[in-house]
Write a protein of this length. Structure first.
Length: 170
């Protein structure tokens, strides 16, 4: 396989990143294995964050409460018990709308934008691989003891030999 970014030939098809430019190759390998089609993301991976959910719920609560409160204000001219119920309902729903507004501001200002925790599932071509190192790709040297020790072939120079040679030249 070749890196689509820098055209570097990869030593193995199981490489996760390009050895030259660092481009992630997992998606490329998935595309090659599935004939150019990506698998759809399961619905459980598309959950929203807590901040987004609280902000949406608060916005809906505020909008609905204020709409009901405004509708209650049209009944203020009604006579009898309906006028009292309309005033109590308008006050109650306006206050509920303010609670929703404060909840929205709290979510917007103080809740963190944490990524949604996805299930620990590895979506790559290497799923079937066991969790151990690959077998060695070199042949071990069986005649190690028969090889000559190259360090003993050339004598090591002494530190004082060079100094002595300089003194003798004078």
């Amino acid at each position: 396989m070749f890196c689509p970014k820098c055209s570097q030939a990869q030593t193995s098809d199981e490489m996760r990143y390009c050895s030259r430019c660092g481009f992630p190759l997992e998606t490329v390998a998935l595309l090659l294995n599935n004939d150019g089609v990506l698998q759809p993301v399961p619905a459980e991976d598309c959950r929203r964050s807590l901040r987004s959910r609280v902000a949406t719920e608060s916005f809906v609560l505020t909008a609905f409460s204020w709409a009901v409160a405004i509708a209650c204000t049209f009944w203020f001219n009604a006579s009898g018990i309906f006028e009292g119920i309309a005033k109590i309902g308008a006050f109650t729903f306006f206050m509920l709308g303010f609670i929703g507004l404060f909840r929205f501001l709290y979510a917007f200002l103080f809740l963190k934008i944490d990524p949604v925790e996805k299930p620990k599932r590895q979506r790559s071509i290497t799923e079937a691989r066991p969790a151990h190192l690959p077998p060695p790709q070199t042949v071990p040297i069986s005649d190690w003891t028969l090889r000559p020790n190259t360090r003993e072939m050339a004598p090591q120079p002494s530190v004082i030999e060079n100094t002595t040679r300089l003194l003798e030249e004078e």
